[in-house]
Design a protein around this ligand. Sequence first.
Ligand SMILES: Nc1ncnc2c1ncn2[C@@H]1O[C@H](COP(=O)(O)OP(=O)(O)OP(=O)(O)O)[C@@H](O)[C@H]1O
Ligand SMILES: [Mg+2]
Length: 371
Amino acid sequence: MKENPFRISGIVTGKYFIDRTDESHAVIETMRGRGEKMLIYGERRMGKSSILLNAADRLRIEKEQIVYADISPATSLTDVANIILHAFNKETGGTVNWIELLRQIQLSFTISSQGIPSLDVSLKKESADKQLTCLSAVLDSLDAYAAKKKLTLIIDEFQKIVEFGAEAAEWQLRSAIQQHQHLNHIYAGSQTRIIDQMLMKDRAFYRFFEILSVGPIDEAFMAQWIDERFQQAFGIPYSAGADCIRLAGPRTRDIVKLARKTFALAQRTQETKDLAADAIGQLVSEEDDFLRPQWDHLSNLQKDILKVVASGATEISSQATITRFGLPNSSKLAYHLNTLVNSDVLWKNSRGYHFDNPFFKHWVALTLSEA
Ligand SMILES: Nc1ncnc2c1ncn2[C@@H]1O[C@H](COP(=O)(O)OP(=O)(O)OP(=O)(O)O)[C@@H](O)[C@H]1O
Ligand SMILES: [Mg+2]
């Protein structure tokens, strides 16, 4: 059995990481600076966190300190502050004199036997405003540290902060961050709808960050990268990369997931053609237990809409499509399309509506062909 060169769990680094030269360069430049403020954003599963962590790994070799705080497990602003404190402690190796650094906060915090500080959990019951003041104070203490020793703070899933603190949180946070002359702030977020709103003209972070938008990896480059991994493993040329991209759509994780399955299939057959099409069929049938309940939860009208999208129709709201597929009138249709977008089943761009999960699209198409 050959080792599968495609990884889909967690953050990918090292030989599993497909180079993102421009994005990595931009992030590294920011990490090398002082008092920088960057927001890295893009569609889900594009590879934002992987870019950040690869850049962090590279800079740590140069002894730079990069605090990586993934705040997705947080359920309050206090949790956010604690995740940051823990990540900071991990990065700085417990060499920080917390009592000195948190002195100004005047808050109740505990220091564990391993020397890790945490804000008191009772703070979670306080108002978002109070919790935000504490979070700002924690960020200030990191900036104070950064004045002596260079430091970058990455906050991943940044949009959570607004989720907990509403719009007011953005203004308070902005006023804290903008005073930081030493600490580099790099924020990443994946729910583009929330982040798009956060960056709008009347909102706090309008033109505040340097923005790094993470889109799909160049198709030709990625296809070649995939094919090279097949060739290295099996010693003969393959052309699976382009098929994986065509079938899985633009998101890096989806493509890598299909490439991984295609590779597993290649281990068991002499065939080198059309492997990706077989692989997606297999993936979809393996995920039936997970995909079918998603389908069952939808209303009949939503199912009809998804069938049309799965059939490849893009101009779904056109009168011709409405008539051909017996869809409801355009205002009712618009309402249901909106619901499907808001629940992340579909997403929309200038070319029309698309499934968020390409494997769900294939499942729907397959279910239809069997019906
Ligand atoms: N540059 C890359 N090289 C190889 N695989 C990648 C790369 N970027 C992303 N992937 C694949 O996509 C998966 C998701 O990547 P990552 O978590 O970095 O994306 P993300 O944009 O942060 O996603 P989310 O929106 O869920 O936070 C990885 O586990 C890996 O399988
Ligand atoms: Mg991420």
